[in-house]
Design a protein around this ligand. Structure first.
Ligand SMILES: [Zn+2]
Length: 352
């Protein structure tokens, strides 16, 4: 049997559309028929060679890691009670080896031997892929595939990041929380900030007024357009909006150098900053304020199975809103170019 796949043979070149064989699957795996796959900034980075210095992945690579679909075939050792053909599923990313201490407590996405759909031979820019059964979560058939797909990364990474802020004690009714960058990730971050923020005032910071309007619609208490403004200007605007010129907690959904400098520059005493965006490659911030103000700067990476289960429960209760534009298989390269230039509001999702 053949399937459509968009393959990365060479960095900095368009993906190649091909008809290839439907992959085999192991006895503990399920063959998933992909129904929708979100397109992520990290797909662009993969194609542009950003990760190449960290991992030399054999090519061709099938990109696409925000995957949802239908159970097509089930491996012989998958417990009979767990899945049946036709079940709707989302694919939890970050497939660990299952043996290390990180895997043992569920954080398979930070396993040293992790495998990723979309960063190897199999991904969501193809009609089928094999997935270890333990990395599938069954979802209700009433949920839309195009809305489920981004929840496996954009809507998962931000959820885990904000859980870290909550667990650190940085959120609460007398706190101001900043969401920096409101592209594909930030639109979800604003909603989780309201859901998990224990009453914190949520302020979205970005350079694009259309994206900020989405943040406002999704519950941001205040929005601040930072384009062309100095840190002092932004702090002043923050003070007139919230009564304080610093944020107590921050999630950086962009990771661009100027955004990192702004977010850490207006971080308050004992402030907690979580980093999930990867647009830039290095951060350069002054050391003394970090030390004498006892600030925490913490990385947060994607999400684990439990995080994703929680996100799916929120989705099932209709708590998550989406800004989504679907596109067809032949439009993948065009959408990659649009995403690279920052012209996409919300999330672009490939729909088969
Ligand atoms: Zn492991």
């Amino acid at each position: 049997m053949k399937m459509k796949a968009a393959l990365l043979y060479e960095y900095n070149k368009p993906l190649v559309y091909e008809e290839v064989a439907v992959p085999d699957f192991q006895s503990d795996e399920i063959l998933v028929q992909v129904k929708a796959c979100g397109m992520c900034r990290s797909d662009v980075q993969l194609i542009d060679g950003y990760f190449h210095k960290y991992a030399d992945i054999p090519r061709p690579i099938t990109p696409g890691h925000e995957i949802t679909g239908v159970v097509s075939k089930i491996g012989s050792t998958v417990p009979k009670s767990s899945f049946k053909e036709g079940d709707h599923v989302v694919v939890a990313p970050g497939w660990g080896d299952g043996t290390c201490r990180h895997c043992q407590i569920g954080n398979t996405q930070i396993c040293a031997n992790v495998r990723w759909p979309g960063f190897g031979p199999y991904g969501g820019f193809a009609e089928y892929l094999p997935v270890p059964a333990r990395y599938l979560i069954k979802v209700g058939k009433n949920l839309k595939f195009e809305e489920l797909a981004p929840l496996t990364d954009a809507g998962l990474t931000t959820y885990r990041g904000i859980k870290k802020l909550r667990d650190s004690g940085a959120l609460g009714p007398d706190r101001v929380m900043g969401v920096f960058g409101v592209g594909g990730l930030g639109a979800y971050a604003v909603q989780y900030a309201k859901l998990l923020g224990s009453g914190a005032t949520v302020v979205a910071f970005a350079r694009n007024s259309e994206k900020l309007a989405v943040a406002k619609e999704y519950g941001a208490d205040h929005i601040i357009n930072i384009k062309g403004k100095s840190q002092e200007d932004v702090a002043k605007e923050l003070k007139s909006a919230t009564g304080q010129s610093e944020v107590d907690a921050a999630i950086d959904c962009a990771g661009a150098q100027e955004m990192v400098q702004l977010a850490t520059g207006i971080l308050g005493i004992s402030g907690h900053y979580v980093d999930v965006g990867l647009v830039g490659d290095r951060i350069d911030i002054p050391l003394f304020p970090r030390v004498h103000r006892e600030q925490t700067i913490q990385g947060s990476f994607w999400g684990n199975n439990n995080d994703l289960s929680e996100v799916m429960a929120l989705a099932a209760h209709g708590k998550i809103r989406h800004t989504i534009k679907t596109f067809g298989f032949e439009e993948i390269n065009k959408q990659i170019d649009l995403l690279r230039s920052g012209e996409i509001i919300g999330r672009g999702v490939l729909k088969f």
